[in-house]
Ligand binder design. Structure first.
Ligand code: PMP
Ligand code: GLN
Length: 393
């Protein structure tokens, strides 16, 4: 039999699926895959219900329903003072994941280089590679996640087609500062590169930190594609409604890719996302305030247990060093994958091993916890881990 595609077949099943299955099998508290406990805002779901029985459920327009595209443009103006033409500069996709694929398949020519910052979301490398690009990886390291500016500058060349930038960054929970973004913008301008900006956690920043789209920096308006996700902004991760903003020149090849990937996204979910983006300021500030409280609760619990907790500026993930706990795990000598497996099976709590967020030679002593959960869920996880690491779990 002839070989199948070698790039994708070199990857296993995603860590999120693997760990969620293991969590179900062992009835563990699942703080691995990032999905909220709740069912999203009632009013947003109500619009989706109504829209199911109202307008036709046949194929909506390929670029997305006008209501959502107009709402995306208005959201850009409201939060970032960006003037966006909804008819030529917005596109709706089936989640940010499809948006990422459409951007790369639409913009990359074989042999182009793409700059990425590790640790990175797990679909980035497969998509970049399958698009035919050569990934150029630069690593940021805990606890400060400082941008290694010389290395980043060295990763850019005249072959750089684009940088794939994720801020707030999963799983580092870093929110890029204006100064860092200025440095990145300068490199893009110097090397005539684009930026695909994964900003799905745009509303999940803490301690008063501001999310700044790279697109708002001087010279970057028409070099950036900005990606958002209703899954994150409305705590409805199963919906898979993504939206892109970018110049008509960039949107054209991306839309052509989208039309052959999925073509459209369920119209009732698009209409509900449109309603959601128009919600009042209290919704957006409440979302981050609630998550900030959960972050504090989780960070305190993990610290009390003995994890090395890395500061979390945004997203709904906490990055932790588990080395301080190894002496309490009778002869444990494994890596992060084994640590997460054992903690699920024997301790009843699931995290994800962070090595899944790296290309070559990942660090092997960090795990990631999702804290987008009810207090009772977080407390149950902390209680179980406290008992487990005390040796009586
Ligand atoms: N980008 C990042 C950084 C993510 O964490 C996720 C996780 N959902 C996605 C993209 C994918 O978003 P969606 O579910 O909308 O496809
Ligand atoms: N983005 C989610 C996370 O980082 C997972 C999405 C998925 O399961 N593919 O946990």
């Amino acid at each position: 039999m002839k070989p199948v595609n070698s790039i994708l077949s070199s990857y296993g099943t995603t860590v999120f699926e693997v760990m969620s299955r293991l969590a179900i099998e062992h009835e563990a508290v699942n703080l691995g895959q990032g999905f909220p406990d709740g069912n999203g805002p009632d009013d947003v779901r109500a619009v989706a219900h109504e829209a199911l029985d109202g307008p036709p459920n046949q194929y909506p327009p390929m670029m997305g329903v006008p209501e959502l595209r107009q709402a995306v443009a208005a959201h850009n103006k409201r939060f970032y003072d960006l003037d966006v033409d909804w008819q030529t500069e917005t596109l709706v996709t089936s989640g940010a994941t499809e948006a990422l694929a459409a951007c790369h398949f639409g913009l990359i020519e074989p042999g182009d280089e793409v700059v990425l910052i590790e640790p990175l979301y797990d679909c980035y490398l497969p998509i970049v590679r399958r698009a035919g690009a050569v990934p150029k990886l630069v690593r940021i390291a805990p606890p400060n996640w400082e941008l290694p500016r010389d290395e980043l500058a060295a990763a850019f060349s005249d072959k750089t087609k684009l940088i794939l930038l994720n801020t707030p960054q999963n799983p580092a929970s870093k929110v890029y500062s204006r100064e860092e973004l200025e440095f990145i913008a300068d490199l893009c301008l110097k090397h005539d590169a684009y930026a695909v900006c994964d900003e799905v956690y745009e509303h999940l920043t803490f301690d008063g930190r501001e999310h700044i789209p790279l697109m708002t920096l001087p010279g970057m308006r028409d070099r950036c594609i900005r990606i958002g996700s209703a899954g994150k902004t409305f705590s409805l991760t199963g919906w898979k409604v993504g939206y892109l903003t970018g110049s008509a020149e960039l949107m054209t090849p991306i839309a052509k890719t989208h039309q052959f990937l999925t073509f459209t996204t369920p119209p009732n979910l698009q209409r509900a996302a449109a309603y959601g983006l128009g919600k009042d300021d209290a919704y957006f500030t409440g979302l981050s305030a609630d998550l900030q409280r959960s972050r504090d609760r989780m960070a305190q619990g993990l610290e009390d247990i003995g994890f090395g907790v890395i500061p979390c500026e945004g997203t709904y993930f906490i990055f932790c060093d588990f080395r301080p706990l190894i002496p309490r795990l009778n002869g444990f000598n494994g890596d992060d994958v084994e640590f997460c497996r054992r903690m699920t099976v024997d301790g009843g709590v699931t995290a994800v091993p962070v090595s899944a967020f790296y290309g070559e030679e990942p660090p092997q002593h960090f795990v990631r916890f999702s804290f987008c959960k009810e207090d009772a869920t977080l407390d149950a996880a902390i209680e179980r881990m406290t008992a487990y690491f005390a040796g009586d779990g």
